[in-house]
Design a protein around this ligand. Structure first.
Ligand code: BDP
Length: 699
């Protein structure tokens, strides 16, 4: 076909414009898969390293691929026996990186590269990890679904019919391990704490070996969650009683089988006698007897047992007291390769909880904190919530167990108690989504967990600052990057967790979710066939005289599980911090708050502030458009719309519901509700506001 000249000219112009547009868009597209590790083109560096090993090869490769320092610099990597270094700690010198472990050298390499990217000048120092074991817990099921996972399906499992290891699997596992190594994470539990006995079947263990082989060159050790009744359920024995000789033999054989496949296998994570999982109590044995049986079997292999303290029965009158009541009497009875894994708060990963009273109370037992990186109770992967501030709050809380300054951090990292092992766990938010975590900003939570596990004294501001700079590299031409982007985004991240508390559960409210998806509000939710301690009215106790759970000495006395002077401080309504008020006290609606407002007015204000904070985040993000690639910009912008709608739903649902008891007006100066209570009660909040998340939980 012959085109007429004018048309062809226009056509060519149009075609060129489209091409240019596509090129720019593609160049500006970023699916987030590189996390905080995107690279600038490196300058040359000469690495001298006498030893050879896969981990050291990776350290060398990282330095060569990412070097931003002096061109042609020479750097020595060496394993030393420098006693000032602890565990995987490292020393950065002008001329080299030194550590007592190979993994330590890899961590040193990543730290050096990070500092180069951040243009930090002082690159000579020693860095020792706070915890020996820095472990992610994946709640991944063998069928590929993830319990409380909101970023797609499992990166490890896709069903027992498909156990073949593909080259894509290997590539992904390697990327995952590298990302972990870059922030010092050195362990990974590959499956759900609600573990299928099938986990230990030979065909599944073969895949565990393949995963372990992929993670090892990055210093990441592999662990498994085990089902306590595996000997009976998988092995066909009559019992799984931990004191039964056949049972012990079964576990011994299983351990040998595992260690043949994975010689550096880390050990077992166990959820026992909790939420219907089997455990030693089924056979009249204690948690200590159960844990010790496994610990004795793993000991010759240097394996450990992470035994969870997340236990509660449906009959106790205060769920918050139970982990302490069960575990405190067992202090001193556990083997030295058992670590009791304790959730940060006494209930369950709520937007805000006081720290668990077990921290510092177990004095002769190793204890490790468990944080939740996946946002089960904080808007799944729909909400922008930077969790570092929450973990920092917990780590810096003073337990007073060994006098003033006995923070949760110091009670768990070996500074106060002589623990044989120190560890910290994070429930992973990672799935097959191309950006790994569902929400681009949820990557920051993975990052923050690693950084705090390495150094539990780090501040969230520093962590946010690092993450933003590494993750959103500015175009060279970007003007006003510091004040126009870094500063407002950092502020938004640092405020985001408090915003989530404000719009969902302010002033110490907790667990007032609708149904088991743990997404939207449901203070009214109490079906007759559901355990009462799984229903919100159990937690908020709202009635015409007031609201809140009385955990004072005259109530359930959970305050009594804390050390003095904290116990008395929490017990007295006047000195109890208002952020925990309704956690510890049942408070009259007209109670005068520090602000001078009544409790009811304060509650209304908090919800309103929360909604406004998210609306402000929308503005902050929109203004950031010029600094961010189109793909991530659009994604986050859309998620913020969902979060804003959700915040409104939370505010309206909670205030209209509680108003039935308070019988007071929402202060006139505040924005009015936009939803009817009956409507909110009748819909699934996950479907109401748009973006589905956690598909597995919707089914
Ligand atoms: C709760 C989750 C549940 C987990 C449980 C646990 O709702 O899915 O199995 O914790 O930690 O937060 O064992």
């Amino acid at each position: 076909m012959i085109l007429k000249a004018p048309f062809s000219g226009k056509f060519i112009l149009l075609f060129t414009l489209v091409l240019v547009f596509i090129t720019i868009t593609v160049a500006r597209a970023n699916n987030g898969h590189e996390l905080w590790l995107s690279k600038a083109s490196p300058t040359s560096v000469e690495i001298v390293c006498k030893r050879k090993s896969p981990i050291l090869s990776n350290a060398i490769k990282e330095l060569q691929d990412g070097w931003q320092g002096k061109k042609g610099a020479k750097l020595v990597l060496a394993v030393t026996d420098d006693k000032t270094l602890k565990g995987d700690g490292f020393r950065l010198e002008k001329e080299g990186i030194y550590s007592r472990t190979e993994a330590g050298i890899l961590y040193g390499a990543f730290e050096l590269l990070r500092r180069q990217s951040l243009n930090l000048s002082d690159n000579r120092f020693v860095s020792n990890p706070s915890y020996e074991l820095r472990v992610l817990n994946h709640w991944d099921n063998l069928n590929g679904s993830i319990e409380r996972g909101y970023a797609g399906r499992s990166i490890f499992w896709r069903g027992e019919k498909d156990l073949n290891v593909s080259s894509k699997d290997l590539e992904l596992w390697q990327q995952y391990a590298r990302a972990n190594a870059s922030i010092g994470i050195n362990g990974s539990v590959l499956n759900n704490v609600n573990s299928s006995p099938r986990m230990l079947a030979p065909e599944n263990l073969k895949r565990v070996k393949a995963i372990a082989d992929a993670l090892r060159p990055y210093g990441v050790r592999t662990y498994l969650s085990v089902n306590f009744s595996s000997p009976a359920a998988l092995g066909g024995l009559k019992t799984s009683d931990p004191l039964d000789q056949e049972v012990i033999k079964w576990w011994k054989n299983k351990a040998s089988e595992i260690y043949k496949l994975v010689p550096d296998f880390g050990g077992f994570l166990v959820k026992a006698n909790s939420e219907g999982q089997p455990g030693p109590q089924d056979f009249g044995r204690t948690h200590a007897e159960g844990a010790n049986m496994l610990a004795d079997i793993l000991k010759p292999f240097n394996g450990i047992v992470m035994w969870r303290a997340f236990v509660y029965s449906s009959t106790d009158k205060d769920r918050a007291r139970q982990a302490y009541s069960e575990f405190k009497p067992l202090d001193g009875q556990f083997r030295d390769n058992v670590i009791i894994q304790v959730k940060n708060g006494p209930i369950d990963f709520q937007p805000r909880e006081p720290f668990s009273p077990l921290f510092g109370a177990l004095k002769k037992t190793s204890v490790m904190p468990e944080f939740q990186v996946t946002q089960e109770y904080l808007g799944h992967s729909n909400h922008l919530v930077f969790l570092s501030t929450m973990w920092e709050e917990c780590l810096k809380s003073d337990t007073y167990q060994e006098g003033k300054g006995s923070t949760v951090a110091r009670c768990t990292d070996g500074s106060i108690f002589n623990q044989k092992h120190t560890a910290v766990a994070g429930v992973a938010n990672i799935g097959l989504d191309s950006n790994w975590t569902g929400h681009h900003f949820a990557q920051a939570n993975w990052y923050a967990f690693g950084r705090l596990a390495w150094d539990n004294t780090l501040g969230s501001e520093k962590i946010a600052n690092e993450w933003i700079r590494l993750t959103f590299k500015p175009a060279k031409s970007a003007v006003n990057w510091e004040n126009g982007f870094i500063e407002p985004i950092r502020k938004m991240m640092l405020e985001s967790r408090e915003a989530a508390v404000n719009y969902s559960m302010p002033l110490g409210l907790h667990h007032i979710f609708s149904a088991n998806h743990h997404y939207g509000p449901g203070p009214w939710w109490a079906p007759a066939n559901v355990r009462v301690d799984w229903t919100p009215p159990y937690y908020h106790q709202a009635e015409s005289n007031g609201i809140g759970f009385d955990r004072t000495k005259s109530g359930s006395n959970s305050v009594g599980q804390y050390a003095e002077p904290l116990a008395s401080q929490l017990n007295d309504i006047k000195s109890c911090p208002e952020i925990y008020l309704l956690w510890f006290h049942h408070v009259p609606w007209d109670y005068k708050m520090k602000s001078g407002r009544t409790l009811w007015d304060e509650l209304c204000n908090k919800y309103d502030i929360g909604v406004n904070q998210v609306r402000e985040f929308q503005k902050v993000w929109d203004k950031a458009e010029q600094f961010v690639d189109t793909e991530r910009f659009a994604h986050v912008q859309s998620r913020l719309k969902v979060q804003t709608r959700d915040a409104q739903v939370w505010k309206d649902g909670c205030l209209l519901y509680f108003q039935q008891f308070s019988k007071r007006r929402i202060p006139y100066e505040l924005e009015r509700p936009v939803y009817e209570l009956d409507f909110l009660k009748s819909v699934n909040p996950m479907q109401l506001t748009g973006k589905p998340s956690g598909e597995e939980w919707m089914k």
